[in-house]
Design a binder for this molecule. Structure first.
Ligand code: 9MR
Length: 373
């Protein structure tokens, strides 16, 4: 090849690369954003992980800045991480989260003060009720006061209910008695007067569990203690979203004079082991392959089911946008979702609006389009 030809070939390559870059840049500029699309309706959030708020996941960071105006820390404000020993608190990560949110104009929903899961080892088997009481008060006072004015809201109590609407038998119920939820809100109200206070749980759109949540909210209100909202988590299956129960719940919860939020939304597309109950051990191998059928990609037919489910949900959220104040997805993209590892480890699930390469899925466009209809 002569040097002239080589030069021409090289400039060809450079021009190609530049136009590819421009194409990608203009594509991302024209991509609509969830936060702007719904700015007059509700906040749009995502659960984020440490890599993300440390700015180390550049693709995710671009999507977060472009699409969301609220974040929830997926794990780092849970008790076992932020309060690992009786008198040891680790605030570094939460402080980094606060700085990241400030820089990117994101409201933080802090998650979570009182939860039976992911408790620090030192208190999991605490026998003495007085010690549990002290732990409980110290934990809420210390953390809620430190972040008052820095986070927008707290999930004060998380997942305190059984499916039948009775109180879950946690260490808090056992050692502190049934009034512990009211006490948690009372302590949080004193420690964090500028922070909104929420009760958060899954399946509380279901009638029995919903009745339990309503009883909790009323008991807080009738004690004269502040509760600002309720979070319906929203871990549903794409082919089985309980729209009627969700609509009823929005009506009943908002009638209590509090905000309603969808706080951990994802619509998984994989079956769960309990869907096909079989006691036949020989069915196991086959069942395992059946349980993870989309490793090579999501078939169009399944994508369509999910797009429709997301569209129906957002239409409902818009219908009640006076009552619904935030919709948060539990993760930024499909690859980072907890549903790839639960209830079976190592599966390939597709529950969110962005795919593994951070590209918007059909579900994303269908959600955006609900505003036009
Ligand atoms: O997504 C979280 C996952 O990374 C953790 O391993 C798990 C531990 O319990 O918690 C997940 O988040 C949960 C949230 O804190 C509360 N509601 C259910 C969420 C999914 O399990």
């Amino acid at each position: 090849m002569t040097s002239k030809l080589l030069l021409r070939f090289t400039s060809y390559l450079i021009a190609g690369a530049v136009s590819l870059f421009n194409f990608q840049a203009s594509e991302s500029q024209t991509l609509p954003s969830l936060k702007d699309t719904f700015k007059n309706n509700f906040l749009i959030g995502a659960a984020i992980n440490t890599q993300q708020f440390q700015g180390k996941d550049t693709a995710a960071n671009r999507v977060i800045a472009q699409q969301f105006n609220a974040v929830t820390p997926e794990n780092i404000m849970k008790a076992e991480i932020i309060h690992p020993k009786w008198d040891v608190y680790q605030f570094d990560l939460a402080d980094e989260l606060v700085a990241y949110a400030k820089k990117n104009n994101l409201k933080i929903n802090a998650h979570t003060l009182i939860w039976h899961s992911q408790l620090p080892a030192f208190m999991q088997h605490m026998q003495d009720p007085d010690s549990v009481k002290k732990y409980f008060a110290n934990h809420i006072n210390t953390i809620a006061s430190r972040y008052d004015g820095k986070v927008y809201s707290w999930d004060v109590v998380n997942e305190a209910l059984n499916e039948d609407g009775t109180l879950r038998n946690t260490i808090f119920l056992q050692k502190l008695g049934g009034n512990y939820i009211v006490d948690a809100f009372r302590l949080a109200q004193a420690a964090a007067p500028q922070t909104k206070l929420y009760y958060n749980d899954y399946n509380i759109e279901q009638p029995k569990k919903r009745a339990g949540a309503i009883a909790i909210i009323k008991s807080i209100q009738s004690a004269g203690v502040r509760i600002d909202g309720v979070g319906i988590q929203g871990h549903w299956r794409a082919d089985n979203v309980p729209l009627n129960d969700i609509e009823e719940s929005i009506k009943e919860f908002s009638a209590l004079g509090i905000e309603v939020m969808f706080t951990e939304l994802d619509l998984g597309v994989l079956k769960n082991p309990w869907d096909n109950n079989t006691a036949d051990v020989n069915a196991k191998a086959e069942a395992n392959a059946n349980m993870n059928p989309y490793t090579a990609g999501l078939p169009d037919s399944v994508q369509k089911v999910q797009s429709k489910a997301y569209e129906d949900l957002f239409r409902l959220f818009l219908k009640y946008d006076k009552s619904v104040s935030r919709v948060t997805f539990w993760g930024v993209n499909d690859g980072q979702s907890w549903l790839n590892n639960w209830p079976i480890r190592g599966r390939t699930n597709y529950p969110l609006l962005f795919d593994r390469h951070f590209q918007p899925k059909d579900s994303f466009y269908r959600v955006i389009a609900t505003k036009g209809k």
